[in-house]
Design a protein around this ligand. Sequence first.
Ligand code: 86X
Length: 505
Amino acid sequence: MATANANAKGARKKEVKKETGLGLTYKKNENFGEWYSEVVVNSEMIEYYDISGCYILRPWTMTIWEVLQTFFDAEIKKMNIKNAYFPLFVTESVLQREKDHIEGFAPEVAWVTKSGQSELEVPIAIRPTSETVMYPYFSKWIRGHRDLPLKLNQWCNVVRWEFSHPTPFIRSREFLWQEGHTAFATQAEADQEVLEILELYRKIYEEFLAIPVVKGRKSELEKFAGGYYTTSVEAFIPNTGRGIQGATSHCLGQNFAKMFQINFENDKGVKAMVWQNSWAYSTRTIGVMVMVHGDDKGLVLPPKVASVQVIVIPVPFKDANTDAIFSACSSTVQALREAGFRAEADLRDNYSPGWKYSHWEMKGVPLRIEIGPKDLANNQVRVVRRDNGAKSDIPMGNLVEKVKEILSSIQECLFNAAKQKRDACIKIVNTWDEFIAALNDKKMILAPWCDEEEVEKDVKARTKGELGAAKSLCTPFDQPRLPEGTLCFASGKPAKKWTYWGRSY
Ligand code: 86X
């Protein structure tokens, strides 16, 4: 009888597990791609949609996006950058005004050709980026030097009909971003803003998402073709050995001013062209976070971006006073919320405490608080960290202070662990053979380079294969010393700088 009962219970347990999809089938180190897909779905960040490359961003995702948005929006407002909103649609003739650089992108542009059953007279494109949408109006709005600088930002979606393998957050056909577009009278002002924005992007990655990035300049081959120079923050995914561009801040120079006739009369009454910048970060940031911090139990959220920082779970036991436990949970949440933390209690009565532990671990909540009869009796709570599983008991009297301490410690530890892993992937090489060995070893490679476009093309050609070619990631602003007489790893010519190389997303 007892055995039958136990069996029935076991079977039910298995069923529950199946139904709810708790637990991951794949391990991060064994099948990274499948692991990633499973994590973004099981953590309730993403739901797949019936159009390939399009994903539903669920509240668990959007609250993270909103934290990043709130930070960045406030920072750019301090810089006197204003938000605007331009239309989603652009006519073919306007899109074509930027012919040279559009050419390469043309296959990715999505078009509206019909309304109802009737063909439109002229097809209308959906913005893949908004240069062509905005710059005709920059030309109209800018007359004299008093109209400068003109500094606009928009929060929006864009569509790029990619054909390479789509990945939630990382490569999707529609994504959310901010795009900043600014115009100045002088190059010096433009140059300064490029770096100020890049620093905000560094903060998003390092201070919010706890991901180390390298700030640097893109090569001629990898820069935005329409611009003058491109700076970026570059992250690295150790599991796949791929670099990933985290965000970009471009100085466009006067290229677009020429194309769109964005002129002004300067303070000497002479007609001049504006200097422009553009810069963007997207929901890709969130994908990098999942890839860097996630583990075999699911998502791991840095406290600064977690929509729930602390989950409080009652652990009732047999004939213990359940009401008192539940009310201790509620008052714990209340105290934490009053102190400014994002805390919630999971008081559902149809799930066991163990199920709830797994559920909130899967969702990556940084800190779990358990309250059982013993904790109640001792006027304490049990806390468990998501990042390292460490458990401790904290007296109710110190709750707020201790939670604050632990959350900052988690934020710091996540960054340090990610940095340690990233740094362990950095390989300094001097020769082609060392380069190939490091590439096969999934490294982020720092190599002395002659900085010639033809040589980078050659590197791509010589490394192309199933996994994709190697390319330059960036030339870091922070340059190690380059000893006199150092030669380029690829061409053997005198090296001009240290540059990061690798396979990338
Ligand atoms: C490049 C450049 C630039 C504003 C940024 O990186 C920051 C924000 N834009 C974007 N780019 C394109 O210009 C582009 C154009 C077309 Cl038509 C397309 F289909 C795809 C594109 N992808 C990137």
